[in-house]
Write a protein that binds this ligand. Structure first.
Ligand code: ZN
Length: 274
């Protein structure tokens, strides 16, 4: 007699929706989904070797932009060159911030981005990064946007960490605003991507919403070239405040950076598959 409950449990585990209908749904729903749906377990129970090897992100293109670059501080002339971001002119790129003990934002964003790329590739996505290493210079923010556009990315994300006052804490996501420019058609999708990333980041890392920017970790800006010039859905994540001692310690920990990467990958996946 023990075999029967065990098999029923297995079926419930595989098709939770059907089990929910059987146990708790009102009569009307049961009429809409008659006993015939009980045939579904036979499909779910087919041998694993006959199951199609479809990965959740097959066919999707994701562009990851690791903020700044490790060599930027060596090339002030090149990175300070003014570029047009449609709403204003600003520097081609910046050096980024660092923790008080010298862990650079560029190194952090490079590591997190590579970890994230690996996860997304394992789930079937085609992933492109906007730079090849953490020893070079740039590229300019205009080119970082262009890389996502040329790849026709289904989603693009620029990875950063902030450098704010030491008492400030938490992460925030930055999304584009309509500017009468190329980003306008993807402002809505970018907002959806941003909320998916915000939710996954909060759940996966446990870091708080920013205490100093945005509303519930959501912020909308029209001064960022990486967003203004994007024709694909794109957001920035500021993973936290590198000048806050508690968050700096987390960012220095490779295991925590893996958690960040996993959370970001999950957020992007949720956007791409829902
Ligand atoms: Zn940055």
């Amino acid at each position: 007699m023990r075999a029967l409950p065990a098999s029923v449990l297995a079926v419930c585990g595989l098709i939770a929706a059907a089990c929910g209908t059987a146990s708790g749904a009102p009569a009307a729903d049961q009429a809409a989904a008659p006993a015939g749906t009980a045939a579904e377990p036979a499909v779910s129970a087919r041998p694993a070797d006959k199951a199609p090897s479809v990965r959740p992100l097959d066919g999707k293109v994701v562009v990851i932009d690791p903020g700044h670059n490790g060599g930027n501080f060596r090339a002030p002339k090149k990175i300070n060159r003014q570029v047009d971001v449609l709403t204003q002119r600003k520097a081609c790129d910046t050096t980024g911030t660092a923790t008080n003990d010298g862990y650079a934002e560029a190194a952090f964003t490079w590591d997190v981005s590579r970890r994230m790329a690996k996860i997304l590739k394992s789930r079937g996505a085609t992933v492109k990064l906007t730079r090849k290493n953490n020893t070079g210079v740039g590229p300019c923010i205009t080119e970082r946007a262009a890389i996502g556009n040329r790849a026709k990315a289904d989603a693009a994300i620029s990875v950063h960490a902030d450098g704010s006052a030491p008492g400030n804490r938490g992460f925030h996501v930055i999304m584009p605003k309509k500017i009468g420019g190329p980003v306008d058609p993807v402002v809505g999708k970018s907002a959806k991507l941003g909320k998916a990333v915000r939710d996954a980041f909060r759940k996966g890392t446990g870091l708080p919403y920013s205490t100093y920017i945005g509303t519930k970790a959501l912020n909308y800006r029209s001064d960022l070239g990486g967003l203004n010039l994007s024709t694909v859905p794109k957001v920035f994540i500021e993973c936290g405040n590198m000048r806050n001692a508690a968050e700096a310690a987390r960012f220095r920990d490779p295991a925590f950076r893996q958690r960040i990467a996993l959370a970001l990958a999950n957020g992007v996946q949720h956007y791409l598959t829902s």
